[in-house]
Structure formats: C-alpha cells, structure tokens
Write a protein that binds this ligand. Structure first.
Ligand code: AHR
Length: 328
C-alpha cells in the first residue's frame, strides 16, 4: 500500500510538470491510498524535543489535532539529538506506518534515511524546519519563513535604536534551519546601517537555561559592558538572558533593548512587565496544517511543495492588548 502511495505521488508530479502546473506537486491519487477500511491512518511523527515553550505548544497542537481526526499518531521525542530522530524514522519504516512526518533538528544528514522511507513507499512530510535534501524526498514542507522573521527583528531593532547599537546575538541550535536563517535575515536587515554592530554571537541552543548561562558569562566580560541590544533567536533564550541581567543589576528592556522570536505567552508577559521590547511571532500551531496536508495527499489533491505559515510582529506597545489573545 505504501509503495502505491509514493508511486501515485510520483505519477501526479509528472502530470503536474507536463501540465505546466509550475511550483506544484501532487500527493496521492491513482489508486486511492487510504488504509484498508476500518483501519485508522497511522502517522509516525519524529519531534525534536521539548527545548522551548514553542516546542511544547507545537507538540500539543500535533497530538490534539491527530486525536481530533481519529488518526493513530506514533510520536517520538528525540531529545534534541539527530541520531534519535534517525532511529525513530527507521523504526516508523520498520513498523510500516502510512506516513512519516518530522521536524529536523539540523539541516544536514537526512538524505539516506529519507531515501529508505521512499524505497519503502512511505511518503514524508516535513514540519517546522527545512532539511537540506532533494525535493523529491518529501511531499511538502510546512512552516514559517525564518529568514523573514530575522529580517523583521532586525528592521524593528534598527528603528528602535535609531541606527546605532552594539548588539549581542543568542543563536539557536547550531546547524538548525531557524538558527541559520534567523542569523541571515537579521544581518540582511541591519546591513545598510553601519552603526548597528553585532559584537557578540553565541549559541544558547534555544533553551532558557543556556540563554541565561551565556548572558551571565557575557555580562562579566568587557564586551558585556558595551552591549546596548540583544537579539535572541527565540523567546526562551531571551527570557533566560533577562534573568541573568536582573541578577547582574542590569535592567532588561531599558539598559539593554531586547528583541526575540516566537511570540509565546511568557514573552508577552515580559513585555507587559517592561523587560522585553519586541517578539516576532513564529506560529507553532502546525497540527491543523499538517493533517490538512495529509488528508489532501490521501485524496490525491495537488498541493504546493512549500506551505508557508504567516507570522506577525508585536512590540511592547501592543503587548497588553494582545496578551489575552495568545493561544500558546
Ligand atoms: O524551529 C522553531 C524553533 O524551534 C523555535 O523558534 C524555537 O523556540 C524552537 O525550539
């Protein structure tokens, strides 16, 4: 049955190309790739871990949406390790699940295991982060535009600082798509403003604990004394850094202006308290997008290779009004 799913996907891709349907791929079709009647659809999902509030909300969204739709979800938490994700994907292949979905912790190193999935006839959907693999190895990639998020953060900071600031950057997990893209987007945004200078950059691995630890060390160093702004690749690292600043007698949000990414509730609370200045949303509620894509694929509908989830930006002036609306 799985081989049928992929063969149908490939057949429709070919039709899509010859039919001039540029930028589209198709999933399913031909033989109806549904599980035998009475059987639930089985989806294996390999999650990165539980490193941040964002990730917790993402997991909850996927689990609850699967339950709502009566899908048998096999969920594996990789604890931020690529080797665990590869093991989980291999195990989904061995179990013969209908579909594999995963959020790749880093960009590289996925091709062999995705080829195994393809050879087993199991379609793969990518969620949240982009893997660096040929496009024929997955059906569609659903997630935010991380470069744009970095650009939004950078543009906001240029305005807020009047074009001059020594900036510290807390980057996400080394080698991950959001860390690479958010670094790039931010640099794009400040490139034309020479007064905006990144004087420190270090990973905080997307966690609150590491964000705090890195900021503690920075504030004790000579470089820490000249920092006027912090750009954190996610809210959790910013929240950890805020704690470190307060313990060092530095006023977060005043002595050091802070912009981060995700838009989690705790970031809005920090903005209301005057400790964080801006957060760029990165929507973690991907469950409905993922299972809509799976259902379309099962029906043989055409769908784009890339599904971009739109994000907004919120600063301290909007935080109090927006806080009651936050869903995560
Ligand atoms: O891939 C999305 C990123 O991963 C989120 O910004 C971060 O909080 C998470 O850990």
């Amino acid at each position: 049955m799985k081989r049928c799913v992929w063969l149908s996907v490939l057949a429709l891709i070919a039709v899509g190309c010859s039919g001039g349907d540029a930028g589209k791929t198709a999933e399913g079709g031909g033989t109806t790739p549904t599980p035998e009647s009475g059987k639930k659809l089985v989806v294996g999902f390999s999650q990165i871990g539980a490193e941040s509030d964002w990730r917790t909300a993402n997991t909850e969204s996927i689990r609850s949406e699967a339950e709502k739709r009566g899908i048998d979800l096999k969920f594996a938490d990789a604890q931020q390790k690529q080797e665990n994700q590869i093991k989980a994907i291999k195990s989904f292949i061995a179990q013969g699940v209908d579909i594999i979905a995963f959020a790749p912790v880093v960009e590289t190193g996925w091709e062999p295991v995705l080829r195994e999935a393809k050879e087993a006839g199991i379609p793969v959907i990518v969620s949240d982060r982009r893997p660096d693999v040929p496009e024929d190895l997955y059906v569609t990639f659903i997630g935010s535009d991380f470069v744009k998020e970095g650009e939004m953060a950078g543009e906001w900071l240029v305005k807020k600082m009047g074009g001059t600031a020594k900036i510290a950057e807390l980057t996400g997990t080394t080698g991950s798509a959001p860390a690479n893209d958010r670094a790039k987007g931010f640099r794009n945004a400040i490139a034309a403003t020479p007064g905006m200078e990144i004087v420190f950059t270090q990973t905080g691995d997307f966690t609150r604990a590491k964000g705090k630890e890195v900021m503690e060390a920075l504030l004790k160093s000579p470089a820490g004394k000249e920092i006027k702004a912090l750009y954190a690749h996610n809210d959790d690292m910013a929240l950890g850094a805020i704690q470190a600043m307060e313990e060092a007698g530095v006023k977060p949000g005043e002595d050091i202006i802070i912009v981060s990414i995700d838009g989690v509730k705790a970031a809005f609370e920090a903005m209301v308290a005057g400790k964080l200045n801006c957060t760029v949303e990165c929507n973690p509620l991907l469950g409905p997008f993922l299972f809509d894509a799976i259902e379309k694929m099962m029906k043989g509908e055409m769908m784009p290779k890339r599904i971009v989830v739109e994000d907004k930006m919120f600063d301290e002036t909007q935080a109090a009004a927006e806080l009651p609306n936050r869903k995560y």
